[in-house]
Design a protein around this ligand. Structure first.
Ligand SMILES: *Cc1c(COP(=O)(O)O)cnc(C)c1O
Length: 360
């Protein structure tokens, strides 16, 4: 059975993107590959608002999330935690035997820049991880305010995950002072899974050069020396790079401001739909994500029943809540290629399903 994904990742992939992947594979040491990588590089830099190189990693986002902390942590990494993905980053740091500290919030609570200042002031840290848009809880952290604090501590390398927010709103890497900005392919970019993008500052690379045990596959210095030749350290997932090139065409044809406005508008449609059904967002609304809504299941919807009916009757799926908040919350994505038409149709179908699967 095939159905359209309105879960917050992986998200629905357009036919145009899928078709782009069917081009014949090229040699990754060929001039053709160098031309492809060099052609998309300026667009990637523009989307990340950076002068730093953007590397392509054949992995899901976790590859470079783990790689980044292994490249730059010496004294310790502070993990800002407020949901499944940000909590796990601390777990990953421990599994890598890196010195690390947890700044833990309740799920759905945005990080407070004052707490970040207090933690960094201990002098225990030379790296920090932050998830801009915590997908598990639909919460957007106040990125600019947090980065302003981090920039008071020049020894701290800031690693920011934009997996579910990249290109949905501007994230100005250089202006904000982000050292490592990373994203994956299957969420905000609406590509199939398997490719990650990361931009690394010179400061982060200089740090990496002094760190032992960086490994090979995600080594910043390997990424960089290959990047200078227009290449990747090992054989990349070439079909996904074709898909990325096609997606970049779409993004620049739409225009960035139009794309940002579309995400905001569609997100507001979903929020208004929730309000109409008596559903509140898990986070405070001003920190609600622009790419998905995580609603509290205030009205006791039978989410499993609803999702089954959504798939069989209307050929779509939404998410029934992540990890420990499964069933207590549910999530609807508006990231990627969604339009006023697709979201309006989705919400009309949910208007039928929600009363049917809510106990009277
Ligand atoms: C999905 C997600 C990840 C993990 O991505 P993978 O592609 O599964 O490695 C990391 N961070 C955020 C914010 C995510 O939404």
């Amino acid at each position: 059975m095939s159905y359209k994904l309105f879960i917050p990742g992986p998200v629905h992939v357009s036919d145009k993107t899928l078709n782009a992947m069917t081009s014949w594979v090229m040699g990754h040491r060929s001039k053709d590959f160098v031309n492809l990588y060099q052609a998309i590089q300026p667009q990637l830099q523009q989307l990340m608002y950076t002068q730093d190189p953007v590397y392509l990693s054949t992995s899901s986002a976790w590859g470079v999330m783990e790689g980044a902390i292994r490249n730059v942590t010496k004294k310790g990494v502070l993990n800002i935690m407020s949901g499944a993905f940000s909590d796990k980053w601390n777990d990953v740091a421990q599994r890598c035997s890196l010195p690390c500290g947890a700044l833990q919030y309740e799920w759905g609570t945005p990080a407070d820049p004052e707490d970040v200042r207090r933690e960094l002031s201990t002098g225990k840290y030379d790296a920090l991880t932050l998830i801009h848009n915590e997908t598990s809880t639909g919460t957007m952290n106040p990125l600019a305010e947090i980065m302003a604090v981090v920039n008071e501590f020049p020894d701290v390398i800031a690693i920011v995950d934009s997996v579910s927010s990249f290109t949905a709103l501007p994230i100005k890497k250089d202006e904000l002072g982000i050292d490592v900005l990373l994203t994956g392919s299957q969420k905000a970019l609406a590509l199939p899974p398997g490719l990650a993008l990361l931009s690394v500052s010179e400061k982060a690379r200089q740090r990496a050069a002094t760190v032992e045990g960086r490994g090979y596959y995600f080594d910043f210095l390997e990424f960089h020396s290959n990047y200078e030749k227009g290449m990747t350290p090992s054989t990349p997932v070439i079909p996904l790079i074709y898909a990325l090139q096609s997606k970049l065409e779409d993004i620049f044809a739409e225009g960035l401001e139009t794309r940002y406005a579309r995400h905001e508008r569609l997100n507001n449609l979903v929020r208004a739909w929730g309000a109409k059904h008596g559903l509140s967002l898990l986070p405070p609304p001003e920190y609600g994500s622009k790419t998905l809504c995580c609603f509290r299941n205030d009205i006791g919807i039978d989410l499993e029943g609803l999702r089954k009916a959504a798939k069989s009757r209307y050929q779509f799926d939404i998410d029934g809540g992540y990890g420990k908040i499964k069933g207590k919350t549910f999530r609807i994505s508006n990231m990627g290629d969604e339009t006023d038409e697709t979201i309006t149709e989705l919400l009309a179908n949910l208007d039928v399903l929600v009363p049917e699967f809510t106990a009277k």
